[in-house]
Design a protein around this ligand. Structure first.
Ligand SMILES: NC(=O)c1ccc[n+]([C@@H]2O[C@H](COP(=O)([O-])OP(=O)(O)OC[C@H]3O[C@@H](n4cnc5c(N)ncnc54)[C@H](O)[C@@H]3O)[C@@H](O)[C@H]2O)c1
Ligand SMILES: Cc1ncc(CO)c(C(=O)O)c1O
Length: 310
């Protein structure tokens, strides 16, 4: 399977519309499904924004692609070669949705789950055909970040893995194939960073704003150009050995969720989607900040496409 003829995207929240817009751009007939009629009504706006971002990125349009919103799951799945499950990160919900998907989908369809890190074998535990399920972890915003983690579970067929890698490359993205571990690779690393960041802010070592400045320039800027393994070579492994020798024991080993985060979620302060989180957002600030972030990502992606690989 290179670009699927028909793609079903199940879940149209933060991730679904960007995924749908990108697949359509490469010529797939995409059906975007959600249980919420209100969410599906808003999808047109999110799709339009994603399409304009793809224009600005210079992603060419393959004729024949389209996205339609489909409230009926069976209709959304009808004839799909690729199904991308993007419903909330809850094991019970994902298992239930996967059961519905596999009961309705074509025998030879590939079912990709966009779970952020629930092991694929756990999601597939009750499936009649676990060989069709595979982790397909997009990074947010999915139409902008050109890398997808591909994670076969214990029972995923090799042919399914190979077909998905082919699809990822056919949409111009890098495929990173991994063995399954909770959080996969991207989120294990991201959450190690976030745990330390939250701990430093909670201890009052640094303000939220200064922490963001330090990580953006001191870490993010370099890591946008080279990966951590190359960074070690650039720094010197002897330096890493000396620093890690006294520093690693000082780092946060918090096994639970940061109290700063649980306090905010308890107050329904969930970030940009509720208008407040680590920062406060006034009227119009969220849209402006989202636009700034997208503009920055577009600029950096263009610049990085001229650099050598990691
Ligand atoms: N938000 C991110 O940065 C991000 C990045 C990568 C992966 N993910 C993963 O992608 C998945 C979706 O995340 P999101 O941020 O888009 O979530 P979200 O909460 O923004 O959207 C999920 C959507 O799924 C819908 N939904 C719920 N039950 C459904 C069902 N039975 N059938 C169809 N639709 C249903 C909801 O109405 C909602 O619109 C999660 O597994 C998440 O961990 C998220
Ligand atoms: C905080 C956070 N958690 C999960 C993911 C992806 O699964 C992301 C992301 O893609 O940006 C994230 O920021």
């Amino acid at each position: 399977m290179s670009v699927p003829t028909t793609t079903a995207v199940i879940g149209s929240g933060t991730m679904g519309p960007g995924i749908a817009a990108l697949m359509a751009r490469y010529g797939s007939t995409v059906r975007l499904n959600d249980v919420s009629a209100e969410v599906l009504e808003r999808a047109a706006g999110a799709l339009a924004i994603a399409e304009s971002v793809l224009d600005r990125l210079g992603v060419p349009t393959t004729p024949g692609g389209s996205v339609s919103c489909e409230a009926d799951l069976a209709a959304a799945l009808d004839g799909a070669d690729l199904v991308i499950e993007a419903v909330p990160e809850r094991l019970d919900l994902k298992r239930a949705v996967l059961a519905e998907i596999e009961a309705a989908v074509r025998d030879d369809a590939v079912i990709g789950t966009n779970t952020s890190g629930i092991p694929v074998s756990e999601l597939a535990a009750d499936m009649a055909h676990p060989e069709r399920l595979i982790g397909m972890h997009w990074s947010n915003p999915p139409h902008v970040i050109p890398m997808i983690e591909v994670i076969p579970g214990e029972r995923t067929a090799e042919g399914v893995r190979d077909a998905l890698v082919e699809t990822v490359r056919a949409i111009g993205y890098e495929a990173v194939v991994e063995k399954e571990v909770p959080g996969f690779v991207e989120n294990r690393i991201l959450y190690a960073i976030l745990r330390e960041c939250l701990s430093l802010v909670e201890q009052g070592v640094v303000s939220r704003q200064d922490l963001d400045t330090c990580v953006k320039w001191g870490i993010g800027y370099k890591l946008a150009v080279i990966g951590p393994m190359r960074l070690l070579d650039m720094a010197g492994l002897d330096i890493y050995e000396s620093v890690a020798g006294y520093l690693n024991r000082e780092l946060s080993t918090e096994a639970g969720v940061s109290p700063l985060v649980t306090e905010m979620t308890g107050q329904r302060k969930l970030g940009m989607k509720t208008g407040g989180g680590m920062y406060a957002y006034g009227e119009g600030d969220v849209a402006a900040k989202r636009a700034d972030i997208i503009a920055g990502l577009i600029t950096v992606r263009r610049a990085l496409s001229d650099t050598t690989p990691v």
